[in-house]
Write a protein that binds this ligand. Structure first.
Ligand code: S3P
Length: 441
C-alpha cells in the first residue's frame, strides 16, 4: 500500500497532456498482433492494464516491442495463428484485457488460463462466458463465473447472433473478436450504444464489418470471419476518462484555468463533458481535429460555479467510467445531484457506488446511496471538511478511479483527503500524480 494525503491546493494552471486512451491502446495491441506484418503505434498508454495485454499477446506468439515513449512496434501472427501460451495469462487489474482476450482465444485452437488480482477475481465473467460458449468455447471457471478460469478455444468456432443483455463494450468486443476467426458472419445486436472503438479499429485493419440500425433503433454489427487484417500505423488519442479528473479539478478549485491537450471526444465517450457543462462548467473545445480516425480537441477548463443536476440515465454508457469524478463535482456543486440507472458501477474495479459513497462521506460530503445511483447534496463551492477529523484514509479497494477522484476531492477540502493506496493509479494513468503536482505548482 502507498498512502498519500492530497492537501488543499490550487489553482490549477498551465497546460497538461493526458496519456493515450486505454480502450484504444488495448485494441491497437490486439489487432496489430493479429495482422500479418509490422504495425506501429504512437501515443500508446503505458499503464499496467495495457502492458498486461502486451504480455499476453507476446505469450501467444506476437512480437511486441517498445521503441520509445508511447511508441511501439508489433509483428502480428495473423488471425487463426495465435499460439498456445506456455503459462497462465496474468491480467492484473484489467477487465478489458481479460474479456477481450477471452474473445480472441475462444475461436483459436488453444487453451489459456486467465488469472488476476483480488479486484479482478471478484468481477463477473459470465457475461462473456455465455456468448463464447455458444460459439463453442469451453470454460472451467471459479465459483460464480470468476477468475481464475481456463478457456479451451473452439476450432472452428460457430458464428452466432448475440443480443447484448447488458450495455457493455467489453462483451460486444469479445464476441466481435471471437468472430474474427469464426467462419461466416457473427452478429452482435446492441440495443444501447456503447463505445465503438472496436468497430472503428476492426474496419481500419480491413475487417469486413457493417453497422446498421434495426427497426427498434438497435445497432446491428456484423463481422465476416476468417478475416485477414492488414498492419496499420495507429495514433492513439488522449484518454477522455483520464482527462475527466483534471476537468473536475479545474472546475472545482477556485482560480483554475487549465488547458488539457489531446483529449479524445468520441461521442460514445464524452457524456461527462455534456453533463458538466449542463451543471455550469466552462469547458471550451479548441483545435478540434481528427487523430487516428477519432475526434480530438484541447480543452480549456475554468473554475466554475456548478449546480446540481438530475443526470439522464441514458447518458450512462457514454460516461460509465467518469461517475466517480462526477460525484466529486456534485459534492462541490450548489444543490442536489441525482444519478440513477448505474447498476453496472457495482461490478467495476470496485463497487463504485458504495465505495464512492463511503469515501465522499468520510471527506465530509452529504451522500445517499441508492440501489442504482447516488444522491449528493453539494456544498455550493465551500470546501469539504476532509478526512483528517473523520478518522483516516478513504479505502480505494484496488480501484484507480476511486484513488484519483478522491485525490481531486482533497484539493477542494479543508484538511486534505488521505487515500489508503495510490498504487492502482498506475493501471490507467501512471503520470497522474506528477501531472497534478505540476499543474498545482
Ligand atoms: C471498456 C468498456 C467499459 C469500461 C472499461 C473499458 C472497453 O466496460 O468500463 O473501463 O475498453 O471496452 P464495460 O463495457 O464492461 O461497461
Amino acid at each position: 500500500m502507498r498512502a498519500r494525503r492530497f492537501l488543499p491546493a490550487g489553482p490549477l494552471k498551465g497546460r497538461i497532456r493526458v496519456p493515450g486512451d486505454k480502450s484504444i491502446s488495448h485494441r491497437a495491441i490486439m489487432l496489430s498482433a493479429l495482422a500479418v506484418g509490422e504495425s506501429r503505434i504512437t501515443g500508446l498508454l503505458e499503464g499496467e492494464d495495457v502492458l498486461a495485454t502486451a504480455s499476453a499477446m507476446r505469450a501467444m506468439g506476437a512480437t511486441v516491442e517498445r521503441l520509445g515513449e508511447g511508441e511501439w512496434q508489433v509483428y502480428g501472427v495473423g488471425v487463426g495463428s495465435l499460439l498456445q501460451p506456455q503459462s497462465p495469462l496474468d491480467m492484473g487489474n484489467s477487465g478489458t484485457s481479460t474479456r477481450l482476450l477471452m474473445g480472441l482465444v475462444a475461436s483459436h485452437p488453444i487453451t489459456a488460463m486467465f488469472t488476476g488480482d483480488a479486484s479482478l477475481s471478484k468481477r463477473p465473467m459470465g457475461r462473456v462466458i455465455e456468448p463464447l460458449s455458444q460459439m463453442g468455447a469451453a470454460f472451467e471457471a471459479s465459483e460464480g463465473g470468476r477468475l481464475p478460469l481456463t478457456l479451451r478455444g473452439a476450432s472452428p468456432a460457430v458464428p452466432i447472433t448475440y443480443r447484448l443483455p447488458v450495455a457493455s463494450a467489453q462483451v460486444k468486443s469479445a464476441v466481435l473478436l471471437a468472430g474474427l476467426n469464426t467462419p461466416g458472419i457473427t452478429t452482435v445486436i446492441e440495443p444501447v450504444p456503447t463505445r465503438d472503438h472496436s468497430e472503428r479499429m476492426l474496419a481500419g485493419f480491413g475487417a469486413e464489418l457493417s453497422v446498421d440500425l434495426d427497426a427498434d433503433g438497435a445497432r446491428v454489427i456484423t463481422i465476416r470471419g476468417e478475416a485477414e487484417l492488414k498492419p496499420q500505423a495507429i495514433e492513439v488519442p488522449g484518454d477522455p476518462s483520464s482527462a475527466a479528473f483534471f476537468i473536475v479539478a479545474a472546475l472545482i478549485v477556485p482560480g483554475s484555468e487549465l488547458l488539457i491537450e489531446n483529449v479524445g471526444l468520441n461521442p460514445t465517450r464524452s457524456g461527462v463533458i455534456e453533463v458538466l457543462r449542463a451543471m455550469g462548467g466552462q469547458i471550451e473545445e479548441l483545435n478540434l481535429r481528427l487523430v487516428g480516425g477519432e475526434p480530438v480537441a484541447d480543452l480549456l477548463v475554468r473554475h466554475s460555479a456548478l449546480n446540481g443536476i438530475e443526470v439522464d440515465p441514458a447518458l450512462a454508457p457514454s460516461m460509465i467510467d467518469e461517475f466517480p469524478a462526477l460525484f466529486v463535482a456534485a459534492a462541490l456543486a450548489q444543490g442536489r445531484t441525482v444519478t440513477s440507472g448505474l447498476d453496472e458501477l457495482r461490478v467495476k474495479e470496485s463497487d463504485r457506488l458504495s465505495v464512492m459513497a463511503a469515501a465522499l462521506a468520510l471527506a465530509g460530503a452529504r451522500v445517499e446511496e441508492r440501489e442504482d445511483g447516488l444522491v449528493i447534496q453539494g456544498t455550493g463551492g465551500e470546501p469539504l471538511s476532509g478526512t483528517i477529523e473523520s478518522g483516516g484514509p478513504v479505502a480505494t479497494h484496488l480501484d484507480h478511479r476511486i484513488a484519483m477522484s478522491m485525490a481531486v476531492a482533497g484539493l477542494a477540502s479543508r484538511s486534505g483527503v488521505e487515500v489508503d493506496d495510490t498504487r492502482p493509479i498506475a493501471t490507467s494513468f501512471p503520470t497522474f500524480e506528477a501531472l497534478l503536482d505540476g499543474a498545482l505548482a
